[in-house]
Design a protein around this ligand. Structure first.
Ligand code: FMN
Length: 183
């Protein structure tokens, strides 16, 4: 089903989707850091800013980050020139209290990151299919943080290079209608 829009919503929201066909073209470090800055302007409970980003954009780190991904995600995400692990601090840095909103706020930040990327002609694809324990071990991540996702970042590549099964799901997904979302 193609995407349809009843209302005039922002163009970058309409155009963003999660492709699997990545070109190996490198992404400038400033572009990557701009995505992090966009994410940092997400609202968060008590302005706690629990989001943290581990950027893999050079061969050694990329190789390690790829090992963290599930085999099915590796089939396409290994082509991406950048993988960003997103983690969330579980406590407020100032008081040490549990931050019940760390996942919610970090999800908002990922949304901002994805839209800034879209604006720059950069594609993103978040993945829940990864091994958090492996990430903790390989990157020595403190238990202050919960690993939320790994995001593939890059530019759109050649869809025909994907295996057939992946090509079949390489399109922007449709959405439930607004009515279906109202409780
Ligand atoms: C938290 C999260 C986890 C996801 N995990 C995976 C994944 O492991 N593998 C994958 O191919 N896509 C994954 N996706 C992508 C979703 O399938 C995709 O966002 C959804 O189908 C809607 O499509 P769209 O982003 O193209 O609009 C994930 C997305 C999110 C936000």
């Amino acid at each position: 089903m193609p995407r349809t829009f009843r209302y005039q919503i922002m163009d970058i929201i309409k155009k963003r989707w999660s492709p699997q066909a990545y070109s190996q073209e490198l992404i400038a470090r400033d572009d990557i850091l701009a995505l992090v800055e966009a994410a940092s302007f997400a609202p968060s409970c008590r302005n706690g800013q629990p989001w943290r980003f581990l950027i893999a954009d050079e061969p050694d780190t990329l190789e390690k980050m790829r090992q963290v991904l599930s085999p099915s995600n590796q089939r396409w995400a290994n082509q991406a020139p950048v993988l960003i692990l997103i983690a969330a601090r579980k406590t407020f840095a100032d008081s040490g209290e549990i931050n019940e909103w760390h996942e919610f706020d970090t999800g908002t930040a990922w949304g901002f990151l994805a839209l800034e990327a879209q604006q720059r002609g950069i594609i993103t694809h978040a993945m829940g299919g990864f091994d958090p324990d492996k990430a903790i071990e390989l990157f020595n991540i403190s238990d202050l943080y919960e690993i939320i996702t790994v995001v593939a970042v890059g530019r759109y590549g050649d869809k025909s290079k994907l295996i057939k099964k992946l090509q079949e799901r390489e399109f922007p997904k449709s959405r439930k209608s607004v009515e279906e979302l109202l409780l």
